[in-house]
Design a protein around this ligand. Structure first.
Ligand SMILES: Nc1nc2c(ncn2[C@@H]2O[C@H](COP(=O)(O)OP(=O)(O)O)[C@@H](O)[C@H]2O)c(=O)[nH]1
Ligand SMILES: [Mg+2]
Length: 389
């Protein structure tokens, strides 16, 4: 170990393993999970409760975007419809059939939709929860799966209440919350999240994200945090911290130091991991064209997306890597040298021969550059910010 690059020794320590070989194997396994673990979210509720709109919102899409789930249509299907996250095919949101029929049988419904395929259920209502919602929740619990109650279309409630004298938003929200919770007592008073699919920055979407993060197993949490839209300054910072915590693994997995562990010697570097890592940051931080356009529209600042001075973000946008799984990234290694040349302080580095320390430096620089760009854009948008961590 004494001969080794101090950066490598540090990474081994962080991995909790005793040797470079073991640390590298663990890093590769971690990165594989980080990029590819599946997350299947089931969205259910009566017809018209806002399921399809919520599915779109979770995928960062507006209802009229290409590839969005059709909304405002009467459901005729009895099969769940699967919608992949646009950039992360490992994350799937399922639009389940409506549960409104008078002779609804929760057990049969769950069997028909193959409940075991989902990590958790979201039960939506746009009014209040009814007998069928409660029956379904009980049955989901029996099957040892998680469920979360969401009261949708809160923006509608707020805008109609706003017209009344003495309007108090917090009061309106607590009345809705209590009204919904009243019906759920027999389930042990589960929390109800008030949400507008048209504006995830408002109301309880962030709390829902926080609860899910607390309750999901670690690797599923990675998929959630990478794929779900940024809904607040704190949610952006959480995403940034998650990527930071992965740097040791991304560096070890891509540097290939196990093959050539001596300092100063170049190693075969799997730059596919580097490209995938920074591209995932780019999408997770909302720096892609679609997210920026949406943000511009929301705050009515059309030039927001021109504000990004990050060359790395621009390069990723130009090379537009989508369908981000490991195999997709590996195919684009040819673009890597171009990315590398954009990062400061490197000069020209042969893409296939850089040291562990350089790989780590590149990942850190790339991550910080994209994180700061995302923070600046939020600031320019006039959205709340938090102290940089
Ligand atoms: N204002 C507002 N309208 C919503 C929201 N969610 C859904 N809608 C509208 O409610 C209607 C029914 O929504 P949809 O997603 O098709 O419901 P589904 O039948 O449960 O899939 C559509 O016209 C949507 O545009 C929301 O959060 N806010
Ligand atoms: Mg629908």
């Amino acid at each position: 170990m004494e001969n080794q690059d101090p950066a490598v020794v540090d990474a081994i320590k962080t991995s909790g393993e005793s040797t470079l070989e073991k640390a590298t194997a663990k890093a590769k396994m971690k990165m594989d999970q980080f990029f590819n673990v599946s997350l299947n979210v089931a969205v259910t509720g009566v017809t018209g409760s806002g399921k399809s709109s919520f599915v779109n919102a979770l995928r960062g899409l507006k209802d009229d975007d290409v590839g969005a789930a059709p909304t405002g249509v009467t459901e005729t299907t009895v099969e769940p419809t699967m919608y992949e996250h646009p950039e992360m095919p490992n994350v799937k949101i399922w639009d389940l059939p409506g549960i409104g029929s008078p002779n609804f049988k929760a057990k049969k419904y769950l069997k028909d939709v193959k409940f075991n395929n989902y990590d958790f259920f979201i039960i939506l209502t746009s009014v209040r929860f009814m007998e069928n919602d409660i029956m379904l929740a009980k049955e989901i619990r029996k099957q040892k799966k998680g469920f979360y109650f969401v009261r949708s279309k809160i923006d509608n409630d707020i805008s109609s209440e706003k017209k009344k004298k003495g309007f108090d938003e917090q009061k309106v929200l607590s009345i809705i919350r209590e009204d919904c919770q009243k019906n759920l007592k027999e389930l042990g008073d589960p929390k109800v999240f008030l949400i507008s699919s048209h504006d995830l920055e408002e109301y309880d979407f962030e709390s829902l994200q926080n609860i899910l993060e607390d309750e999901l197993p670690e690797h599923k949490k990675y998929a959630l945090l990478q794929s779900w839209p940024v809904c607040s300054a704190a949610s952006l910072e959480k995403k940034i911290s998650m990527f930071k915590r992965m740097i040791w693994a991304a560096s070890l997995a891509s540097a290939g130091v196990a093959v050539v562990p001596l300092p100063g010697l170049s190693a075969a570097c799997d730059l596919g991991i580097f490209v995938l890592f920074v591209t995932r940051c780019y999408y997770a931080f909302g720096l892609d064209e679609r997210s920026l356009t949406r943000l511009s529209e929301k705050v009515n600042k059309p030039h927001l997306k021109d504000l990004s001075k990050s060359k790395l973000a621009t390069a990723i946008r130009e090379k537009a890597l989508t369908r981000l799984q490991v195999s997709a990234a590996v195919a684009t290694i040819a673009t890597v040298e171009y990315f590398l040349s954009l990062l400061p302080g490197l000069g020209s580095v042969a893409a296939a021969g850089i040291s562990f320390a350089t790989t780590q430096y590149l990942l850190r620089e790339g991550l910080n550059d994209l994180a700061n760009t995302a923070r600046e854009i939020r600031k320019a948008a006039g959205l709340a910010s938090v102290q940089c961590m």
